[in-house]
Design a protein. Structure first.
Length: 151
């Protein structure tokens, strides 16, 4: 099957409905294994979509559910008329696992999906660190994973 990098449609509505508070809720990242049976894209609604298909990565020192993101920061740019979320690179330490992508989800809000990412190829670590590099946001959040603009 496949992963298409995207913000989840359900997240957009839930954000406007006040379900997600990105700077106080627990936001997690779980890895999706290379040989997945499900399809993950803008229609993904919950972390359980991944676990229901048995598509979460496994391996030494990788825990089901992934891990809490180390830093999720909301920034407002008056000059750019936008708000955006900066997410720090996530390091899965001392793991032996492989992943083709990941899901970011809100474990404080019934594991609702926020976004899914295709890494473009399989990434692996053997008794080492597996780092998921998030895009640098830029001054006005132009490359931020999550951004709202008034243009």
């Amino acid at each position: 099957m496949a992963i298409t990098t995207s913000i989840c449609n359900s997240f957009l509505g839930e954000l406007l409905g006040g379900v997600h508070d990105l700077d106080t809720h627990t936001i997690k990242m779980a890895l999706i294994k290379p040989s997945m049976s499900g399809t993950y894209n803008d229609e993904t609604t919950n972390y359980s979509d991944v676990t229901g298909n048995s598509d979460e990565a496994t391996g030494s020192n990788y825990s089901a559910g992934g891990q809490t993101l180390d830093s999720v920061t909301i920034t407002t740019s008056n000059a750019g008329n936008r708000a955006f979320v900066d997410i720090a690179d996530e390091v899965f330490s001392n793991v032996t696992t492989s992943a083709r992508g990941c899901i970011i989800y809100n474990s404080s809000a019934a594991n609702k999906a926020i976004a899914v990412f295709d890494f473009g190829s399989t990434i692996s670590a053997t008794a080492g660190d597996l780092t998921v590099t998030m895009p640098a946001t830029g001054t006005n959040g132009d490359a931020a994973v999550i951004r709202i603009a008034n243009s």
